[in-house]
Design a protein around this ligand. Structure first.
Ligand SMILES: Nc1ncnc2c1ncn2[C@@H]1O[C@H](COP(=O)(O)OP(=O)(O)O)[C@@H](O)[C@H]1O
Ligand SMILES: Cc1ncc(COP(=O)(O)O)c(N)n1
Length: 269
């Protein structure tokens, strides 16, 4: 069994953050572990409050995991504050953590709540990105990191090149926020690879970014290459969105276990 760690925030409604990450790990047959950076009060309709965990407790959680268990991959999601990022960056360096994937969560999907304080953006860019095997911004996050407007696939390619210069080994810009097919673009410093899926007409996309980055982390932990890990994760998120759940009054969560349940004959029709 491979062991994969998520360092992220808790989503009380279970669709994004730590909860999405652990479900995704379970669906991939890896052992999931979690370091919680913040507790959010949120549901399908929005984020209503955030309590940050202190950097000291975040550091102790990371120590507790790495002192005891071999970690095969690490996914970083919501990191909230500048001091949180400093604590995480220092600890991951200390333990020479492998396969670090940074999902630069900045604003909640509804665009109404900053999950990363604006003064922490620079630290995320300069402390975490250089340690990452892969960074997975959505379009608005890529615009902030690259300092460029993105409206087209060539714009995504240009932004990916700019972000790659900041130090991550690979950049995946996700196209969920553009019109048309949902095309994600991977850049490894030399060439671009396209991962396309038909756009699914649904409002239930809460936690899609968290789920995709966790699926990639699980796949890297299991020994796949970055391109293989992204390709398999793209199939996984597309199925999860296709069978997403109309829970709550807003943007519902994706279905992490659709393929597993189908094989086991456990689906309620
Ligand atoms: N309506 C959709 N149909 C198909 N794929 C989607 C849809 N919305 C998002 N995706 C895919 O889900 C993943 C997460 O993308 P995105 O929504 O851009 O990230 P985030 O949740 O971080 O904002 C990407 O692979 C993206 O292409
Ligand atoms: C705790 C937490 N972390 C991350 C997200 C982003 O979610 P998405 O994957 O929809 O961008 C969120 N809404 N809450």
């Amino acid at each position: 069994m491979k062991n994969v760690l998520t360092i992220a925030g808790s989503d009380s409604s279970g669709g994004a953050g730590i909860q999405a990450d652990l479900k995704t790990f379970a669906a991939h047959g890896v052992f999931g572990m979690s370091v919680i950076t913040a507790v959010t009060a949120q549901n399908t309709q929005g984020v209503f409050a955030v309590q940050d965990i202190t950097p000291a407790i975040i550091a102790r959680q990371i120590d507790a995991v790495f002192d005891d268990i071999a970690v095969d991959a690490v996914k970083i999601g919501m990191v909230s504050q500048a001091a949180t990022i400093q604590a995480i960056a220092a600890k991951l360096k200390e333990y020479a953590a492998p396969n670090i994937i940074v999902d630069p969560v900045m604003v909640s999907s509804k665009g109404d709540y900053h999950l990363l304080s604006p003064d922490a953006e620079n630290l995320l860019i300069h402390e975490l990105l250089p340690q990452a095997i892969l960074v997975t911004p959505n379009i608005p996050e890529a615009e902030v990191i690259a300092g460029k407007t993105i409206r087209t696939l060539p714009d995504m390619e240009a932004a990916a090149k700019t972000i790659w210069e900041l130090g991550p080994h690979n950049v995946l810009i996700k196209g969920g926020h553009l019109a048309g097919d949902s095309t994600d673009i991977l850049y490894d410093g030399t060439a671009f690879a396209y991962f396309r899926a038909r756009r699914i007409a649904t409002k239930n996309t809460h936690g899609t970014g968290c789920t995709l980055s966790s699926a990639i982390a699980a796949n890297l932990g299991r020994g796949l290459s970055v391109a293989e890990a992204v390709a398999a994760a793209k199939e996984y998120i597309t199925t999860a969105i296709e069978h997403s759940l109309s829970l709550g009054k807003g943007a519902g969560p994706t279905h992490h276990f659709y393929s597993l349940y189908k094989r086991a004959g456990m689906l309620e029709e």
